[in-house]
Design a protein around this ligand. Structure first.
Ligand SMILES: Cc1cc2nc3c(=O)[nH]c(=O)nc-3n(C[C@H](O)[C@H](O)[C@H](O)COP(=O)(O)OP(=O)(O)OC[C@H]3O[C@@H](n4cnc5c(N)ncnc54)[C@H](O)[C@@H]3O)c2cc1C
Length: 305
């Protein structure tokens, strides 16, 4: 199966974009900000919040960085104007994190300031391990100024994650509440940095979740894994975590039935809605990093979930 998945990924990059779109459209709102707003409105009407992500990562061209900055600001303004119930997710390498941390900070700060002006929230997505320290540092810098309006992500496949949670606890969050999304992690990391076995990644996910509940962080539980969702329910009961102190998050187009089941228990559900012209590269990169996605996609194309 692994060989088959890898083969499909190799072939996909030589096929016309319109063909790859057949695979991708289920997971991406569309090319434009209007698409992201339309999908958000639709989900809001079903009682679901969203976090909107403009696609693009590991960008080095200053012109592209400026364009993305302008697009994010336009997105935030339009979402506020439309009165939608959403937050924003941002990948800092879109603003040149690996080239110029100071420039990236300035761009990120502008976005968070704009969002905070209408009490909106920005989450810094976590990228690969070249970025981990830099993104945590960026989070701390922004948290000092915007204690209620910025959050970050930790990945349970990383061996360092429990330690990162402990370290963050020592940081003075400027009176705000530390707000973490916990997910498994999508990048292909070496075994000295990341757990590779599913049971180790899952054990670490629940250990991280429990540690964050103990520390009274606000936690966004981002997974479609039923075992982890059941484990999260047990930890929520064990630590008497209120419904205002956590939420569940899932990706647009993935496991809608599971989403409904979580919502039926009264939990907040937030769906991650990516959009933008970079969907082709994004889809290929995700598939290369995780060829197992091919089987999800093929199943999703043929089986109603
Ligand atoms: C809201 C959200 C935000 C995220 N942010 C980040 C981030 O900042 N950094 C990062 O590294 N990773 C991020 N991820 C990705 C995450 O790390 C995982 O790679 C991804 O969620 C799959 O892991 P899982 O927990 O769903 O478990 P898995 O074991 O991978 O999946 C469990 C089940 O869910 C279904 N499923 C999962 N993914 C798909 C899919 N794409 N299509 C169809 N079915 C699927 C399958 O039925 C599968 O059996 C995010 C995920 C979510 C939900």
């Amino acid at each position: 199966m692994k060989l088959f998945n890898n083969l499909i990924v190799e072939i996909l990059q030589y096929l016309p974009k319109s063909f790859v779109w057949i695979f991708s459209k289920r997971y991406i709102a569309g090319n434009t900000l209007e698409d992201a707003l339309r999908v958000t409105k639709n989900l809001n009407d079903q009682g679901i919040k969203t976090t909107i992500d403009l696609l693009g990562e590991f960008i080095t061209s200053n012109e592209k960085i400026r364009n993305h900055q302008a697009e994010y600001i336009r997105l935030i303004e339009n979402a506020i104007h439309a009165g939608l119930d959403n937050s924003f997710s941002v990948k800092p390498t879109m603003f040149g994190l690996l080239q110029d941390e100071e420039m990236c900070y300035r761009h990120m700060r502008d976005l968070v300031a704009k969002a905070a002006s209408d009490n909106r929230f920005v989450r810094i997505d976590m990228e690969d391990t070249l970025c981990t320290d830099r993104e945590i540092e960026l989070y701390k810098q922004l948290l000092t100024e915007f204690p209620e309006h910025v959050g970050i992500v930790f990945q349970s496949y990383l061996r360092r994650t429990l330690n990162d949670i402990e370290e963050l606890d020592k940081f003075e969050a400027g009176g705000g509440r530390i707000n973490i999304r916990i997910c498994k992690g999508i990048y292909n990391e070496p075994p000295d940095l990341a757990y590779k076995k599913r049971n180790e990644i899952n054990d670490n996910f629940l250990a991280a979740l429990e540690l964050m509940f103990r520390k009274k962080y606000y936690v966004a539980i981002a997974t479609h894994d039923k075992t982890l969702i059941e484990g999260a329910y047990r930890l929520i009961d064990k630590h008497h975590v209120g419904k205002a102190s956590c939420e569940f998050q899932m990706l647009y187009g993935v496991t809608p039935e599971l989403r409904k089941s979580v919502m039926s228990k009264g939990y907040t559900m937030r769906v991650y809605v990516p959009y933008g012209l970079d969907w082709f590269n994004y889809s290929l990169r995700r598939l290369k990093e995780n060829p197992r996605m091919v089987s999800y996609i093929i199943r999703a194309l043929f089986i109603r979930q």
